[in-house]
Design a binder for this molecule. Structure first.
Ligand code: AN7
Length: 347
């Protein structure tokens, strides 16, 4: 195949010296990582710090999961696996389905029925994954897949998989490449608690130590409450998780960094969600807005340089956006005058 000058480098190749892959190992890549770090002038002004967005929605399937999935699926192929499986609130399923399709292996996903965003479901199905809609929660789905992989030769690609952590730590590497030790504070949503754990691993490997502020939704905040939540509830479906698999590690990471894990309400999440879209031009899914909601709520606490991790794209969850904008579309007959009035805001 001809290699064009702009041919991307797979994340595994870019960071091979820090990752458990050798020269010649098979790589399954969709050109993940290398995501933009974008200044956020409006949020910066509101909190009195230099705030940047780490735009993880720019990954190939629209979320940060791809960093981990390229590693998890590549390792599965290296080990001769013919199938992968995950439980998911949506993004892991979409990412696993895409990387499995690319690798030519089977993918099964178990998702909580009626509880994942439409865009993620569409992705998962069109990539040809075997999708199981569980009449139960994400936490139950995760318990079930853990049992299934004990009895069948299927690779688990949830963030319990160490390769997922290894891949996701590269986001911290990129931040250090761009901001060096200037980075004081990282704000990040917390669901199953894999990503905050992976960032801390990445920073630690480079001996950089920003404070980590993790944010859970009020109705799904087991790490703040100190116990599992049986029926987690929040508009941010991605982080509707009551029993995080890496909860202990996440708490330790936050503490070691001098940070903490706190809550934001759905109202605060949606307010940040609308502000980011309307003023920063940045459309994210509600779970991602939790990082900005938390920063706005608690403040930068003296930090000068702050990064908010925007974990997934807004188009993943069109229903959430439409629910916030009901009645905003202007219906018009084919009538020049009526249209003119509507366009000019006189209707
Ligand atoms: C957009 O896809 O758990 O704390 O099954 O999709 O590492 O779980 C998604 C999690 C934040 C939380 N933002 O990250 C899944 C899943 C978005 C997410 C999180 C998720 P973790």
């Amino acid at each position: 195949m001809r290699v064009a000058p702009h041919t991307p480098i797979a994340l595994i190749e870019r960071y091979r010296e820090h990752l458990p892959f050798a020269e010649g190992d098979p790589i399954v890549s969709l050109n993940e990582g290398g995501t933009p770090l974008l200044p956020a002038p409006i949020i910066s002004e509101q909190v009195g710090a230099d705030v940047y967005f780490k735009c993880e929605g720019a990954n190939p399937t629209g979320s940060f999961k791809d960093r981990g999935m390229t590693c998890a699926v590549s390792a599965a192929i290296r080990d001769g696996a013919k199938a992968v499986i995950c439980a998911s609130t949506g993004n892991t399923a979409a990412s696993a389905a895409a990387y499995a399709a690319r690798a030519g292996i089977t993918c099964a996903v178990i998702v909580p029925e009626g509880r994942i965003a439409r865009g993620k479901l569409a992705q998962t199905l069109i990539h040809g994954a075997r999708a199981i809609s569980l009449q139960g929660s994400f936490d139950e789905a995760l318990r079930i897949v853990r049992k299934l992989v004990e009895e069948h030769p299927i690779a688990l690609v949830n963030s319990l998989n160490e390769f997922r952590m290894e891949g996701q730590k590269t986001a911290a590497f990129e931040l250090v490449e761009e901001l060096g030790s200037e980075l004081d504070l990282l704000c990040i949503p917390v669901g199953n608690a894999g990503n905050i754990t992976a960032y801390w691993r990445g920073f630690s490997e480079l001996s950089v130590a920003p404070r980590l502020f993790g944010f859970q939704a009020e109705g799904a905040a087991p790490l703040v409450l100190g116990h599992a939540v049986e029926h987690p509830e929040t508009v941010a479906s991605a982080i509707r998780i009551g029993k995080p698999a890496r909860g202990e590690q996440a708490l330790r990471a936050a503490e070691e960094s001098g940070g903490c894990i706190r809550t934001v309400s759905d109202t605060e999440i949606l307010s940040a969600y609308r502000l980011m879209a309307a003023r920063e031009g940045m459309f994210v899914e509600p779970a991602s807005a939790a990082s900005v909601a938390g920063l706005l709520k608690y403040g930068a606490e003296g930090a000068k340089t702050v990064v908010c991790v925007l974990t997934g794209r807004g188009i993943k969850d069109p229903e959430a956006a439409l629910a916030q904008t009901e009645g905003a579309i202007i219906r018009c007959p084919v009538d020049m005058e009526a249209i003119e009035a509507a366009v000019l805001g006189e209707a």
